[in-house]
Design a protein around this ligand. Structure first.
Ligand SMILES: NC(=O)c1ccc[n+]([C@@H]2O[C@H](COP(=O)([O-])OP(=O)(O)OC[C@H]3O[C@@H](n4cnc5c(N)ncnc54)[C@H](O)[C@@H]3O)[C@@H](O)[C@H]2O)c1
Length: 395
């Protein structure tokens, strides 16, 4: 089984899907690794480090696809909507593709991938279970994004975060508000606390409160009915517009008192709720900063401009995409560990096994033998349930 690692082709992408440190565990399980030359260079992993761990370096992208039984990428076609399509003709029926595929994005794109016959696994669909934790790339990238959001805010804010008592007087601590305390939000709280800020957070899932408190954050209680806020997978459920309206009214005061607002409130497959309005931005002190981690999908702040940093009412609003790629060394290391664990999970006797009796396989398997087979994705696109599926079988 040859695992192929092409260089990421999305403009500005600096991550790589496998790092050298993961290779020995794959080799031990019977895999060989073929890497496109320069694939890890931008993340801080030169070719020679891959070679030292036993990987082969191939000079051409097409060669990597040709050699590979399994292609591993960070942004596959689907999540790479700029250059990903160029990879389509390189994929084939007896091949497996693993990476971010944006399964709830465009049905047309998924059908194109299915049309190549490739067996594709979408890491976004990894179940949120203890057993799958080591393979959870969404959590890994969210961790990096939460950290980087705070560091970016600290770098932009004209104030410092920690409280200081000096001969030149006392400096009060920065106030950071996190809206959406999922994996990214919780890491943002932890990072803001480490920098000495007073961090508070709000989430509509009541379960988030304990996690926020355990990180030394304050939990913002809003008198809102949120009993039905969480689905069986632990994700937030979408609420109706009157709920969001009430939420905005209640959040306005807390936002006005904050120097930094990090928004990370999303619902899988839905446009993120608009939680910070123009009026709320205008109510913030001049020099305040908003980092909108939901920007890529439309943003939680009404004024966010996707991919840009703007100033409105004296408040800097950062809507950059793909923050994880700006920390490529550790983002790649974490992603590679997730992908390595997933490959080892699929491997048996030197072959990949697509056993749909296994929830990790069943839930991440997107396309197989020319079809979109994933039940959750089919339901999302209102397609009939997949036909009775065979279990077991190797590729
Ligand atoms: N292996 C595991 O058990 C595992 C792994 C990862 C995450 N999780 C859990 O899954 C859950 C989702 O995590 P995630 O980071 O993927 O979430 P996410 O990225 O889907 O959403 C981010 C956060 O936004 C919140 N949100 C949505 N709408 C909101 C609104 N209107 N107002 C305020 N907040 C809103 C969500 O509740 C969530 O906490 C969390 O409970 C997390 O701890 C479990």
């Amino acid at each position: 089984m040859i695992v192929g690692v092409p260089r990421e082709s999305f403009p500005g992408e600096r991550r790589v899907a496998l790092v050298p440190a993961v290779i020995p565990s794959l080799t031990k399980a019977g895999f060989e690794v073929a890497v496109e030359t320069g694939a890890g260079a931008e993340a801080g992993y030169p070719d020679r480090e891959y070679t030292a761990k036993g990987a082969r370096i191939l000079p051409e992208r097409a060669e990597v696809f040709r050699a590979a039984d399994v292609v591993v990428q960070v942004l596959c076609y689907g999540s790479n909507d700029k250059t990903g399509k160029d990879d389509l003709p390189l994929l084939r029926r007896d091949q497996t593709l693993i990476g971010f595929l944006r399964p709830l994005g465009s049905l047309e794109t998924i059908n194109e991938i299915a049309g190549r016959g490739v067996t594709s696994f979408s890491v976004e669909l990894m179940p949120r279970t203890t057993r799958a934790q080591s393979m959870d790339a969404l959590s890994s990238m969210a961790t990096i994004c939460g950290y980087k959001a705070v560091v970016t805010a600290a770098d932009t804010l004209p104030r410092i975060f920690p409280m200081l008592t000096t001969a030149a007087g006392t400096i009060t601590p920065g106030r950071v508000l996190v809206i959406g305390a999922g994996v990214a939000g919780l890491q943002a709280i932890a990072t803001a606390r480490r920098l000495g800020a007073v961090a508070s957070a709000y989430d509509l899932r009541p379960a988030a409160k304990e996690q926020v408190l355990s990180l030394g954050g304050r939990f913002v209680e809003l008198p809102l009915e949120t009993r039905d806020a969480e689905d069986a997978s632990g994700y937030a459920k979408a609420q109706d517009e009157s709920f969001y309206q009430r939420q905005r009214e209640l959040l306005a005061r807390v936002v006005a008192e904050s120097d930094v607002v990090i928004t990370a409130a999303v619902i899988p497959g839905k446009k993120p709720p608009a939680l910070v309005t123009r009026e709320m931005v205008a109510g913030m002190a001049s020099g305040s900063v908003i980092v909108d981690l939901a920007a890529e999908r439309g943003g939680n702040c009404e004024l966010t401009r996707g991919g840009e940093k703007i100033v409105e009412h004296g408040v800097t609003i950062i809507g950059w995409f793909n923050l994880a790629s700006t920390v490529p060394y550790h983002a790649s290391q974490m992603y590679a560990r997730n992908i390595g664990a997933f490959l080892l999970h699929l491997a048996k006797d030197g072959k990949l096994h697509v056993s749909r009796d296994d929830d990790i396989v069943r839930e991440t398997l997107l396309t197989h033998r020319g079809e979109l087979v994933n039940a959750r994705v089919r339901e999302f696109f209102s397609l009939p349930a997949p036909e009775a599926q065979s279990t077991g079988g190797e590729r």
